[in-house]
Design a protein around this ligand. Structure first.
Ligand code: CTP
Ligand SMILES: C[C@](O)(CO)[C@H](O)COP(=O)(O)O
Length: 242
């Protein structure tokens, strides 16, 4: 089955604090969004990529994909304007899937901010879909002890619960779905009230709300989300070691 990817790159990168939107920031000379697109294309299992970007950077981002291809490959790329939230950006990307991979039945959703996710990880997610899963996330064990907390009226917090750490996973991207399921999940999200839409921070979360099972495959350290300047430094160190 053909597989298309939505590559989310429309965030501003407030916490990174760079003059450019985060996805355009260079890591060892190459913008994050180009590195992420390379990871998808190098997997050999992605037929086309829709990149979402800030509306005022459309031309700049299109310029990073000469001829509408991932550089050095034949994988087609379409660049579209994202939305005010990640969820809205993914929805905008989904609407353009047929421009890059007509009839694709499988969809990956990937963050430009996780630009070092490797081709092996991409293949693992797609293989799980081809084996019959309808929703797949990469996950890594959690090193810290995690507490659920309750906010107090005075601004403080108290611990409510300590979940069993062995049963927790930090999930990454690319997340993979059958296209019909992901489109249904986004339509259902659009029909819900505003607060509930933004409370769900990944695509698998939207699918879970439909009562669908989400399978976990092993994630990887390289798929870290570059959020702060310290993350950018860590990504540079990972590149130096590779
Ligand atoms: N309106 C948005 C917000 C985020 N994203 C994308 O979603 C991914 C994960 O978001 P995050 O790392 O939180 O990026 P920012 O929203 O840019 O970061 P910040 O919250 O620090 O501004 C990123 O690849 C980002 O470009 C997007 O496409 N559209
Ligand atoms: C999709 C994601 O990267 C999975 O960990 C994460 O939920 C994105 O969250 P953000 O708040 O938009 O960075």
């Amino acid at each position: 089955m053909r597989c298309a990817a939505v590559l989310t790159a429309a965030g501003s990168g407030t916490r990174l604090g760079h003059a450019l939107p985060k996805a355009l920031v260079p890591l060892a000379g190459t913008p994050l969004v180009v590195r992420a697109a390379h990871g998808l294309a190098a997997s050999g299992v992605v037929d086309g990529v829709v990149v979402t970007c800030p509306g005022d950077h459309l031309d700049q981002v299109r310029g990073l994909f000469p001829g509408g291809r991932v550089p050095g490959t034949e994988v087609p790329v379409e660049v579209v304007t994202g939305g005010p939230t990640r969820q809205a950006s993914v929805a905008a990307g989904l609407a353009a899937l047929d421009d890059v991979a007509p009839g694709a039945g499988l969809v990956l959703v990937h963050d430009a901010a996780r630009c070092l996710a490797g081709p092996g990880l991409v293949r693992r997610v797609v293989a799980a879909l081809e084996d019959g899963s309808r929703a797949v996330v990469p996950g890594v064990p959690v090193a810290d002890t995690v507490k659920r907390v309750l906010a107090l009226p005075d601004g403080g917090e108290v611990v409510v619960e300590t979940p069993d750490r062995a049963a927790l996973r930090a999930v990454q991207t690319p997340q993979g779905f059958t296209r019909d399921l992901l489109e249904r999940a986004h339509r259902a999200a659009a029909d819900r009230a505003g607060d509930e839409r933004t409370a769900v921070s990944d695509d698998a979360g939207l699918v879970e709300l439909l009562g669908e099972q989400v399978h976990v495959v092993p994630g990887e350290d390289a798929a870290l989300k570059i959020t702060t300047p310290a993350d950018l430094d860590r990504a540079e160190r990972l590149l130096d070691r590779s």
